[in-house]
Write a protein that binds this ligand. Structure first.
Ligand code: UDP
Length: 455
């Protein structure tokens, strides 16, 4: 057996759809390069998602040496594990993980010789150091969001947090909207991002032509060894051409929307989705609904069963909106998003700007309207609108007239301008993951480094 066949990497994402899916993409790429993978999930996430997605996951089991393994997140069974409890989850997982990682490293049959964890696992860095294996971080956010998290301590030191009037607070990560600079959420993001510098490398799902200047900043001031290997979804298609769409989710994919899209004219539909976690009030839903209907465009809208929060305005959806939906709308609980974005009938994406959705839209050459909800999404939206010119950032505004105007600006008035810049960036994204491109070369370097670190 060749030396490289012995390389065994443990991969640990945080238990959330966006994190797990992008780390599964990474796992598949590394598995394809001949590296044995143990993919760790918390018991809670495995029971809720992975166990029920056997179709989507059967293909990982065909990768030689690939295995799933579960670990406890250390929280009591009845803990809600909701996004607002994120710091508790991260702290608990950070405490629960080191013993298992150390055990895996000292396994007599197939020891782990490199660890890749999500970027909030600083205790895993300590554990890796103790047992003498390399550890690489994978942050599933954009480089611009990473850099903004990195700068939080400087903003606090400068006395700018809590936010003063003149700072553009709407563009800062949502957790900066605090009255107390000692807020646990804020401190967690700031602390964990700064500790990234202690890992042996940092993998980012981005590409040099998109975020080159910010990647340089991070290399110079935080982590010198960055592997920018994205967009991962496009990269997978190059390295593993037979790959078909798949993603884990809490919800069953409704494919009937594809038949509906087939019947719509080219670039006539606005696709609307706010990802797997963001929630909105019923009143906000109605504002979006009116905005979409008044825009006169057809729409495909993902309304997850848990999208609506709170109890305000529990009245029914007005009849006129339901009528308009029958005429030119399609509502689904969960769709095959990459396929939807690649469909010729779709001409725009109203998104919360989660990083995976943003990248998937960039790869598909799809202009965006951004309505960021939380965490890194404000930064991504700002960059989509102001830096990359790939769409319109409506920020936290939720008003039917603004939505209607944004849809018309994106898909009618300024359609050519946005389509042109989206096309340009899509081509650069594809170039980066093709042979000789920056992400392609960085992935080769990552694979070689892992094999070297493990020898
Ligand atoms: N997604 C999907 N179907 C849907 C909505 C979303 O497959 O109906 C996928 C989408 O393709 C993306 C992920 O869910 O890969 C959402 O990740 P993102 O980082 O955009 O947002 P998050 O859910 O983490 O807020």
């Amino acid at each position: 057996m060749e030396k490289q066949d012995h390389v065994h990497v443990a991969i640990l994402p945080l238990p959330a759809v966006g994190h797990v899916n992008s780390m599964l993409n990474l796992a598949e790429l590394l598995g394809h390069a001949g590296i044995k993978i143990t993919f760790l999930n918390t018991e809670h996430y495995y029971d809720r998602v992975i166990r029920h997605s056997s179709d989507a996951f059967s293909r990982y089991m065909q990768i030689p040496g690939f295995q799933f393994k579960t670990l406890t997140d250390g929280l009591p069974r009845d803990h809600p594990r909701t996004p607002d409890k994120f710091p508790e989850l991260v702290d608990s997982l950070n405490c629960a993980t080191p013993p298992l990682l150390k055990e895996m490293v000292s396994d007599s049959k197939s020891p782990v010789n490199c660890i890749i964890t999500d970027g909030y696992m600083s205790r895993a860095i300590d554990a890796a150091r103790e047992v003498g294996v390399s550890i690489i971080y994978f942050r599933t956010i954009s480089a611009c969001a990473f850099w903004s998290f990195h700068c939080i301590p400087d903003i606090i030191d400068a006395g700018e947090l809590p936010i003063k009037g003149f700072l553009r607070c709407r563009d800062l990560p949502s957790f900066c909207r605090v009255n107390d600079p000692m807020d646990p959420h804020l401190l967690l993001f700031a602390r964990e991002t700064r500790l990234s510098a202690h890992a042996d490398g940092l993998i980012l799902n981005t590409f040099e032509d998109l975020e080159g200047p910010i990647l340089s900043q991070i290399r110079n001031h935080s982590c010198p060894n960055i592997y920018s290997i994205g967009p991962l979804n496009a990269h997978l298609k190059v390295r593993i051409p037979e790959k078909t769409y798949s993603s884990s989710s809490l919800w069953k994919i409704d494919r009937s929307c594809m038949a509906w899209l087939d019947k719509q004219p080219k670039q006539s539909v606005i696709y609307v989705s706010f990802g797997s976690i963001a929630v909105m009030s019923r009143d906000q839903l109605i504002e979006f609904y009116y905005g979409l209907v008044h825009s006169k465009k057809s729409f495909l809208w993902v309304i997850r069963p848990d999208l609506i929060s709170g109890k305000d305005g529990e009245n029914q959806i007005p009849e006129e909106l339901l009528e308009a939906t029958k005429e030119r709308g399609c509502i689904a609980g969960w769709v095959p998003q990459e396929e939807v974005l690649a469909h010729s009938a779709v001409g725009g994406f109203l998104t919360h700007c989660g990083w995976n959705s943003t990248l998937e839209s960039i790869v598909a050459g799809m202009p965006m309207i951004c309505w960021p909800s939380f965490a890194d999404q404000q930064i991504n939206s700002r960059f989509v609108g102001e830096v990359w010119k790939l769409g319109l950032d409506i920020k936290d505004l939720c008003d039917r007239n603004i939505v209607e105007k944004a849809v018309n600006d994106l898909m009618v008035e300024r359609k050519e301008e946005f389509m042109e810049s989206a096309d340009r960036m899509a081509n650069l994204a594809k170039k980066s993951v093709n042979k000789g491109g920056s992400s392609y070369c960085n992935l080769d370097r990552l694979v070689n480094d892992i094999k070297m670190m493990s020898s």
